[in-house]
Design a protein around this ligand. Structure first.
Ligand code: SPV
Ligand code: MG
Length: 431
């Protein structure tokens, strides 16, 4: 009897899956691999039910002879272990980044004469509806909010990218790349105070008020499912901060990062070129403790951002503060630097990890951008934030086009660099 293998990454079985199962049964004994959470979040989306639930669901489908665990989206281990005669999949994997998965399967099978079965993908209103419902469940505050903590448990380092509106939210949500035979995407979104302010043509000095910042969150949550880390600047007055915590929790935000500065906040990347005042350990600890006290769920995180390196107060000061803020209840710490050399950040991480193996460390490698995610993770960093690169790439592109139109007195010359009109009008899915 021949064996047929299929990998399932779904939380809901619909007619498309049943079609694959029926087709597979014609070829032989069907083994289904259930993709682990770790592997699933890396290339697709967060599961809305647990791995065990997915395993049981698939085990109980008539026509499924055996269920196994698949812990990588690529088939190398599975093919080595099971040597299936066929791998079956919907033909939607013939284009886009998932093509890399098909290529991987094909190459492995060709070594011993195995074959791929591409089943025409079932795409009708019912399947579309089920798929949308599954995704939209992930966008609900109660599911989205806890996802950062879940990701921290299963990702070697959580990767967040800056977003400041629906469009940048969609980029963070949907961008998947194939590189070196692996698929990758961002895990989370960072609502940067710098970029949220810049998008409104305002300086990054806590001038854009919370009502407006909440509006940005709503614009982003409308069209995405990934977890949000909110840049809360100094957190403002403690009496105000407690309300911010409540609102963010209700909106489904996973974490707020507040920095230990006081008075008129200026962007950290100015460093000591402008006057910036660090808050006292006592005041800032009291602010964190007040926030933790009003928090209603276990999902939400308050992360303390330490500005000692930015203000040239040294690593020892940063370590003392980190420990004090954790004692006050902080769920994580962010350490920032504006040097291009990452040494002080790495030294901080190493020293901090000597006594604390678990509290998440967040880093923002804007200035020290040569360091890779793997290197940061090796020093104990848990979250890496690409804090402003989308805004910084869009701005020069827009400015160049504006200049070009002025020079040419028409738009023809710019056209070939622009997204085609037909792509832009069909870019956004309608309900
Ligand atoms: C932001 O993105 O607004 C930040 C990070 O706070 S930084 O600009 O580097 O201070
Ligand atoms: Mg900021």
């Amino acid at each position: 009897m021949k064996t047929v293998y299929a990998c399932f990454t779904t939380d809901v079985i619909h007619e498309g899956h049943m079609n694959i199962i029926r087709t597979a049964n014609k070829y032989g004994r069907l083994i289904i691999g259930v993709l682990t959470d770790e592997a699933m979040v890396k290339f697709d989306r967060f599961p809305s039910i647990s791995f065990e639930e997915r395993l049981n669901m698939i085990k109980n489908i008539p026509g499924v002879d055996e269920v196994v665990v698949q812990d990588n989206i690529m088939y190398d281990d599975i093919v080595e272990k099971l040597h299936p005669d066929f791998i079956i999949h919907g033909d939607n994997w013939m284009s886009g980044p998932t093509r890399a998965i098909r290529d991987n399967a094909e190459k492995l099978l060709s070594q011993y004469g195995g074959k791929i079965i591409d089943v025409p993908y079932t795409y009708n209103e019912n399947v579309k509806h089920i798929d949308n419902k599954m995704r939209e469940k992930l966008a609900m505050p109660e599911f989205r909010r806890k996802r950062l903590k879940q990701l921290l448990k299963i990702r070697p380092i959580v990767k967040a990218i800056e977003v400041h509106n629906g469009l940048t939210g969609l980029i963070a949500e949907k961008t998947v790349v194939e590189h070196n035979g692996q698929l990758d995407q961002f895990d989370a979104m960072w609502i940067s105070s710098l970029c949220d302010s810049l998008a409104k043509g305002k300086p990054d000095i806590e001038l854009v008020d919370m009502t407006s910042r909440y509006r940005t969150i709503e614009d982003v949550t409308e069209v995405t499912t990934k977890p949000i880390i909110f840049d809360g600047d100094t957190g403002g007055l403690t009496e105000h901060f407690v309300y911010t915590v409540r609102t963010l929790e209700r909106l489904g935000v996973s974490a707020i990062i507040i920095e230990d500065k006081t008075g008129l906040k200026k962007n950290s990347l100015f460093g000591t070129e402008v006057e910036q005042t660090q808050d006292t350990i006592e005041n800032f600890s009291a602010k964190i403790a007040a926030g933790k006290k009003v928090q209603l769920t276990d999902d939400f995180m308050i992360i303390a951002r330490i500005e000692s390196l930015i203000l040239e107060k040294g690593i020892d000061d940063a370590l003392v503060r980190a420990n004090a803020f954790i004692k006050a209840g902080a769920d994580g710490i962010m350490i920032h630097s504006r040097k291009s050399d990452p040494s002080e950040i790495l030294e901080f991480c190493d020293l901090f990890r000597q006594n604390d193996k678990t509290t998440p460390i967040v880093v923002v490698p804007t200035s020290f951008n040569a360091i890779t995610e793997d290197e940061l993770a090796a020093h104990g960093a848990n979250i890496v934030i690409y804090a402003n690169q989308l805004t910084r790439s869009a701005f020069p592109a827009m400015e160049n086009t504006a200049k070009e139109i002025l020079v040419n007195h028409r738009a023809k010359e710019s056209e070939e660099r622009l997204l085609p009109i037909k792509d832009i009008i069909s870019m956004i899915d309608t309900l």
